[in-house]
Design a protein around this ligand. Structure first.
Ligand code: PGA
Length: 258
């Protein structure tokens, strides 16, 4: 099956509204003509409206970096799916390792958020991945399996088809240390097989699995060339229009005309 690649920029806690407007106009200039890759930008909450307005007539899609599972209520500091939908968000990153590491996020809370996102017709980009000590102890598959099974429990087939999984080995995030294409492919293949067990083989073939962790213009192409890697979740290199655009172009399938 041909899965359409998807490249998302996770801006994390970077860019004021003015800076976000600048960055997104650069991204629009660079990527206006790209149609063979789904392109998503995920600014901080405060810049969502600015970016949403800027991309309204383009192929570029908007994502948020988190949400709360309740629709409204006494949850100081939180943001609901309804609030994101109002700003024309179509994607939301959930369970990023920084949220798991610094903010007590667990696969159980991620799962509640995944269901809340799907109910609101937001597509979750669900992050999974092992820490360095877990890889060194030979526990990569165990950790990834528990993230996938826990974070994505209880989905119907049609819900699965809305999900994007992002495999992000924690030791490769922001460190300049990328997983080799073979290391990444091995885990992606494992995740796809797990999805097959949790759902069925048709769903497993259709779900897009991104790689994330120090993707740069010079390593993107060989990562995206792997059979089970369907694009990337890009942090640092998404903060600059030129490097983000180069990474997006590296995901254009061979033979596709842009
Ligand atoms: P990085 O971040 O590209 O800066 O390593 C990736 C991510 O955390 O999504």
């Amino acid at each position: 099956m041909m899965r359409k690649p998807i490249v998302a920029g996770n801006w994390k806690m970077n860019k004021t509204c003015a800076e976000a407007a600048d960055l997104v106009s650069g991204i629009i200039r660079e990527l206006a003509e790209v149609t063979h890759v789904d392109v998503v930008v995920c600014p901080p909450f405060t810049a969502l409206r600015t970016v949403s307005e800027a991309i309204s007539d383009t192929n570029i899609d908007l994502g948020a970096q988190d949400l709360h599972w309740e629709k409204r209520g006494a949850y100081t500091g939180e943001i609901s799916s309804e609030m994101l939908r109002e700003l024309f968000c179509h994607y939301v990153i959930l369970g990023h390792s920084e949220r798991r590491q610094y903010f007590g996020e667990t696969s159980e809370s991620v799962n509640r958020k995944v269901h809340a996102a799907l109910e609101a017709s937001l597509r979750p980009i669900v992050c999974v991945g092992e820490r360095l000590e877990e890889r060194e102890a030979g526990r990569t598959s165990e950790v990834v399996e528990s993230h996938v099974r826990g974070s994505l429990a209880g989905l119907s087939k049609s819900q699965w088809l809305q999900v994007v999984v992002a495999y992000e080995p924690v030791w490769a995030i922001g460190t300049g240390r990328t997983a080799s294409p073979e290391q990444a492919q091995e885990v992606h293949e494992f995740i796809r097989a797990l999805i097959g067990e949790m759902s069925d083989s048709h769903v497993a073939e259709a779900v897009r699995i991104q790689y994330g962790g120090s993707i740069k213009p010079d390593n993107a192409r060989e990562l995206f060339a792997q059979p089970d890697i369907d694009g990337g979740l890009v942090g640092g290199a998404s903060l600059e229009a030129r490097s983000f655009a180069q990474i997006v172009r590296a995901a254009i399938p061979e033979g596709a005309q842009e």
